[in-house]
Design a protein. Structure first.
Length: 306
């Protein structure tokens, strides 16, 4: 089973939209997919027509109350299952602060559940906290959805540093498998400049002991499409809401790319200082890609404490 975390510390980049619709596209191809909603906003859960109510067993009960993952699993379509999120997850970090091994709770639940799926996709909250750490501890891969904007580009540097630290301290096999561009407009000069910067950065990492050394920029771009914004309000994926739309065709193409990827396990020894370098070897502050990309002291301590 391939376990993929969809992560971006910047909100509003299409992370949940990508998780929901890519999962549906993989299921359409005959793959069995389990989705896990780690975001207290529970947008992935709502996108599949479920109401995050106290009567619904959610990931909160799995992490905090010790319920099995299977008890929370909801069938939401052919080849599709979902572990719902809930607003209660917002309190999970405080409630679990004194629990030994709190950063690997999800990993332990997944391993004990013996899930029979081809893919498990994890929708992370847009922050670096205990829920995201749990996702990174169990995941084999990280896919980064991002808009082709320079502010989003700067945030990717910070995200990569986070993945590097988690890889070094907790999950040596963790790697960034790709970046998917969302809300893309090929006609704008800005979008093409951002793609160029990303390609240069990824190419420079090739062959190095970094979690993103084998990452790709997916050729399937998720174009701006109003249907993608409309479908969650009907509790449907884009493949159900408008299967002939650009959004549906883009996610189908992305699903094919993801299935074709090879993901051999790699033991990664991370040199965080090297990770902080840009393709030219300059400090982060001297380039657009990685400006303001260093973690703050509290964020670094939140990982080093595990």
């Amino acid at each position: 089973m391939r376990i993929i975390a969809f992560m971006n510390q910047k909100g509003g980049v299409g992370k949940t939209t990508t998780t929901a619709n890519l999962a549906a596209a993989l299921a359409e191809q005959g793959k069995k997919v389990c989705m896990v909603d780690l975001d207290p906003q529970a947008h992935l859960t709502i996108n599949y027509g479920l109401n995050p109510s106290p009567e619904l067993t959610s990931l909160y009960q799995v992490l905090v109350d010790g319920h099995s993952l299977l008890s929370a699993l909801q069938n939401v379509g052919q080849n599709l299952a979902l572990v719902p999120g809930s607003i209660d997850l917002a309190a999970a970090e405080v409630e679990l602060v004194n629990v030994p091994g709190r950063e690997t709770l999800l990993k332990n639940r997944v391993e004990s559940a013996g899930l029979d799926f081809d893919f498990a996709v994890l929708d992370c909250p847009p922050s670096l906290g205990l829920l995201t750490i749990n996702a990174l501890a169990v995941a084999q891969e990280v896919i980064i959805p991002m808009q082709p904007h320079f502010l989003a580009l700067q945030g990717v540097g910070k995200l990569l540093e986070t993945v590097a630290l988690v890889s070094r301290r907790m999950n040596p096999g963790l790697k960034v498998s790709g970046i998917v561009l969302t809300m893309f407009d090929s006609q704008t000069k800005l979008s093409n400049e951002v793609v160029g910067d990303l390609k240069s950065f990824i190419q420079d990492a090739a062959g190095k002991n970094l979690p993103w050394s084998s990452a790709r920029i997916f050729t399937s771009r998720i174009r701006r499409n109003i249907k993608l914004a409309e479908s969650p309000s009907f509790g449907q994926t884009i493949l159900q809401y408008d299967p002939s739309s650009h959004g549906a065709s883009d996610y189908r193409a992305l699903a094919v790319e993801v299935m074709e990827m090879t993901a051999p396990p790699v033991e990664v020894v991370v040199n965080v200082e090297a990770a902080a370098k840009t393709p030219s070897g300059k400090p982060k502050s001297e380039t657009r890609m990685t400006n303001q990309a260093r973690m703050t002291k509290p964020e670094a301590e939140s990982i080093s404490s595990f």
